[in-house]
Design a protein around this ligand. Sequence first.
Ligand code: ADP
Ligand code: MG
Length: 632
Amino acid sequence: MQAEPLEILEQYWGFTSFRPKQSDIIYAVMLGQDTLALMPTGGGKSLCFQVPALAKEGICVVISPLVALMKDQVDRLKSMDVRAAYITAAQSRKEIDHLLDSAIYGNMKFLYVSPERLKSELFIERFKKMPVNLIAVDEAHCISQWGHDFRPAYREISGIREHHPNVPIIAVTASATPEVADDIVEQLELNAPARFESSMVRKNLNYVVLDEVEPLGRLLRACKRIGGSGIVYAPTRKQVRATAEFLNSHGIQAGYYHAGIDAATKEKLQQDWLKNKFSVMVATNAFGMGIDKPDVRFVVHIQPPQNLENYVQEAGRAGRDGDESWAILMWNTKMVERLTSQLHDRFSPKDQVKDTYHQLNSFFQIAFAAGLNEQFTFDLSAFSKQYDRHPRDVYFDIETLEMSGYLSMSEGAMLPSRVMFQMQAQELYNFQVRNEQHDAFIRLLLRTYGGLFETYSRIDEHFLARKTGWSTGQVRETLARLDNMQVLSYRPRTEHPTITFLTGRQQKENLIIPPEAYEERIERSVSRWEAMMRYLHHDGCRSHFVATYFGDEESALCGVCDWCRKEKIVAYDVRELIKESLLSAPTDLSGLIDQHSEVPREEIITQLNRSMDDGEVSRDEEDLLHWTEERN
Ligand code: ADP
Ligand code: MG
């Protein structure tokens, strides 16, 4: 039994119609076709796999690169009363076990999985038994090493398919150049896929590029002139803070956000900004993934990001509601020179990469030849301090080692503290009777959180501390003790990524760093940065440049970017222009072209041919064109 997509859309989301391309994509998926969909940020890609999955029996397995994205989508699905969950590398075996069981027997509709999980026995054995109706690959560009966010673990995806050979795969992304799109098809082994590309041009987004030696002053004027809600991207934590302080001292309410801020504060900041309690969020690029605020009026970068892909993604967070909004990018020659040399500094020499490998092994106390498949929580800042390294360089080295196949690093996942009882209710009761000192606390847990016997529930140590009058330290100790006694399983909050070694520890001379993990990767970073610079210097429509970069060759001039405005090119609808002219007086082709010198000649001819095919324009013996309005 399949439900109608439109009914699903109305029933769950309360939306009345699909956006362009969404319904085509959904129908392709429902027909069981492998599908690749490219749509701009905010275009509504999640719906393209969520609707078909809801229309069918069974469960949709979604592969997603970031916990923040998974969490966001799962929360949203749950708020619509859809059963959904996510598993990441940071959860315990017990917890994952439990979730996988629910995915098989529990009528779960969506299971979000981080790519690192896919190859584990634990996952595969259960995956085989799941009633899978669709495999969805979100942010599919991560599979391609030509892309800007390559995640080696994405390569595992095609491997899981053999267990459900008849289940279609849908891959979605906002940021694929033509070669990345082809690579996605190849790497995922998509079978004669239906391909959909919706225009990368966002008609309401006004791109502006400013050569500016005083970015802050310019920023302040922009915030005041445009008004409303905005995001300002700055490169470092220090600059993020300084910029927010500057704005605040000049009457713009701004908050700041970066990876170093603790999770609770981040959450609060985000919520306050979403509710417009302050207008401008100044942030590093750690901010924005999974954030869906419709009324962001401007996104300002006070410095160019490392590549055009990131830029477009970040700038695209403005104007999701379709109203006029601004994407402003500032640069100056000195800044660009500095960024270019920084880019080259980021690539540590191959020998350094090898040293990092050994330092990691000593850090985790792994002996030679040992360590295969071992997993460690990785504290990057402790490591960097111990070996006197810059975290950014360590990160580069780890990525290199990852791409060379020696280890895999999962993203640093912020998971809240969780608890689940390991005893049945009766057994627990007996325990409480025998251990009176724990009775009150256990009762508090039972009273405060539901479902602790069936599943891991999120708990809050601060809240429990307030209720018991203990310190949060005491609450944690008590939970740890109860965990030890196997009364419950307590998973304290984690924020660190995990590193898994994929081979035993190697001797230095045996360590092989292949070109695709090093030289080619460096080359690509450089060429992506060069594209960013071409954008800065581009003498032409900005939207057109972006669209062309992403393979959309036919985009019209946007009429709203800084270049179009300077050239007084207004956004136009060629068909309307032709119609207007011809209705007022029939004319020949050259007359028509003369009347509209603002429109490129080819665009007029193309549209004219189309209109003649459609029968709405006819040509008489004297070559005069008439608007006949015969189109149905
Ligand atoms: P993407 O993944 O393409 O960046 P999302 O899937 O997160 O975008 O969707 C962006 C926003 O657009 C969400 O708030 C979503 O609810 C909304 N949206 C998607 N499709 C529709 C639709 N057909 N009608 C109205 N809103 C929609
Ligand atoms: Mg998305």
